[in-house]
Design a protein around this ligand. Structure first.
Ligand code: PHE
Length: 340
C-alpha cells in the first residue's frame, strides 16, 4: 500500500515537471505503461486477504494517473496551438509586395484597335465558330469540291467527315448573311484561323483574321476603297497611301489586293517592304453573286463588299517583326514589349 502511495507521489511530481508533449509521452511510457502496470499485476503475489484492498487502490491509482495524464496532454496541446498561432500571426495591415501586372497579348491589343476603327465606321462585331464544315468554308463560298482554288487554303480536317478548322474567316459571311437577310449588313468577323502549313518565320498554323462584310442596295467598290483607306490611315498614320491591284478569290468579283506604302520607308524601298515600297495589307472584293445568293440575298437587288486581313501580319508590319513564330512562343521578353 505504501509503495502505491509513493509511486503516486513520484508520478505526479514528475508529471508536473513535464514541459512539452515529448516529455509527457516519455512519462506515459515510464509510469502508465510500465510502473503502474507492474503495480497492478503485483496483486497476484499478495496473500489473498490483502488482495481486495490492494487491487482496489492499484486500480484507482491507474485511473487517477491516466486522467491526470489525459488532462496534462490536452493542456499541453492547447498551449502549443496558442504558441504557434502567436508566432505565425499575420499582420494583414502590412503593405503587400507589388504584384507584377499582366498585359494583353499584342494580337488582342491589335484586334481591339481594329474593332475601334471599324466601330467608328458603323461596323458591328459578329463572331462565328472556328470549327466549320467543308460546305461553309469552301462550297458556299463558290468553291465546289475539287475546285482548284481550294489549293489556296491548306486545311486541317478532323476525323469527322466534312468537319474542319476554318482556314479563313470568310465562312462567317455565310452565317451572318443567313441570319440577317434581307436586312443590310455592316460587320467585321474577327477570329482565329488554321492552316496546315509548315511553320516558318512567315507562316504559322494558326493566326487571327479580321473579315469585313457590308451588304446593301447600293454598295459599290468606291465604298470598299473608302472604308479601306480610312482604316489604313487610322491604323498606320494619316499620311498613308493605298494601292489596289487586281487579284482573284472565288468568293469576290472583282477581287483586289490592297497594299499601302511602306511604313518604314514611305515607298522609297527598304528591307521591310523588300525594296518594293509597298506592304500588302489585305485581300478584298465585291461579294460574288453566287455567295450573295447562298446567303439569301438577291444579287439583282443587293451588292456588297468583303475584305479579310491577317492580324499578326499587320502587327509584324507595324513593328517590323520578322518572325511570326514569336506570337505563340510565349516568350515574355517578346510579349512584354507591347502595350502598357
Ligand atoms: N479569305 C481570304 C483569305 O483568307 C481573304 C478575303 C476575304 C478575300 C474577303 C476577299 C474577301 O485569303
Amino acid at each position: 500500500m505504501s509503495t502505491l502511495a509513493s509511486l503516486e507521489e513520484r508520478a505526479l511530481a514528475d508529471l508536473h515537471d513535464c514541459t512539452d508533449e515529448a516529455a509527457l509521452r516519455v512519462w506515459k511510457t515510464r509510469y502508465l505503461n510500465d510502473e503502474v502496470e507492474q503495480a497492478v499485476k503485483k496483486v497476484s503475489t499478495l496473500p489473498p486477504a490483502e488482495r481486495p484492498a490492494y487491487g482496489k487502490q492499484a486500480n484507482e491509482l491507474k485511473k487517477k494517473l491516466t486522467a491526470e495524464y489525459e488532462s496534462a496532454i490536452a493542456a499541453e496541446k492547447e498551449r502549443a496551438l496558442a504558441r504557434s498561432l502567436a508566432s505565425e500571426a499575420l499582420d494583414v495591415t502590412l503593405p503587400s509586395r507589388p504584384a507584377r501586372r499582366g498585359r494583353l497579348h499584342v494580337s488582342t491589343q491589335t484586334l481591339r484597335s481594329i474593332y475601334a476603327i471599324f466601330a467608328d465606321m458603323g461596323f458591328q462585331i459578329y463572331r462565328s465558330s472556328e470549327v466549320e464544315d467543308d460546305e461553309t468554308n469552301f462550297g458556299l463560298l463558290n468553291m465546289p469540291e475539287h475546285h482548284p482554288a481550294r489549293d489556296m487554303w491548306d486545311t486541317f480536317y478532323t476525323t469527322k467527315p466534312g468537319v474542319l478548322l476554318r482556314t479563313h474567316t470568310s465562312p462567317g459571311q455565310i452565317h451572318v448573311m443567313r441570319e440577317l437577310c434581307p436586312r443590310p449588313i455592316r460587320v467585321i468577323l474577327p477570329g482565329m484561323c488554321y492552316r496546315y502549313e509548315a511553320i516558318t518565320t512567315r507562316s504559322e498554323i494558326m493566326f487571327h483574321q479580321v473579315e469585313g462584310l457590308a451588304i446593301g442596295e447600293r454598295v459599290t467598290m468606291a465604298d470598299l476603297k473608302g472604308a479601306l483607306i480610312a482604316f489604313a490611315r487610322r491604323m498606320f498614320g494619316d499620311e498613308r497611301t493605298v494601292r489596289i491591284r487586281s487579284s482573284y478569290f472565288p468568293f469576290t468579283e472583282p477581287s483586289i489586293e490592297v497594299d499601302m506604302d511602306c511604313i518604314v520607308c514611305a515607298g522609297a524601298g527598304c528591307s521591310l517592304c523588300k525594296r518594293s515600297g509597298w506592304l500588302e495589307i489585305l485581300g478584298a472584293g465585291m461579294v460574288h453573286p453566287v455567295v450573295l445568293r447562298n446567303g439569301g440575298y438577291d444579287p439583282a437587288r443587293y451588292s456588297g463588299f468583303a475584305f479579310g486581313m491577317g492580324v499578326e501580319r499587320t502587327v509584324m508590319m507595324t513593328y517590323a517583326i520578322d518572325d511570326i513564330r514569336q506570337f505563340w512562343a510565349n516568350d515574355l521578353r517578346f510579349l512584354r514589349q507591347f502595350g502598357t
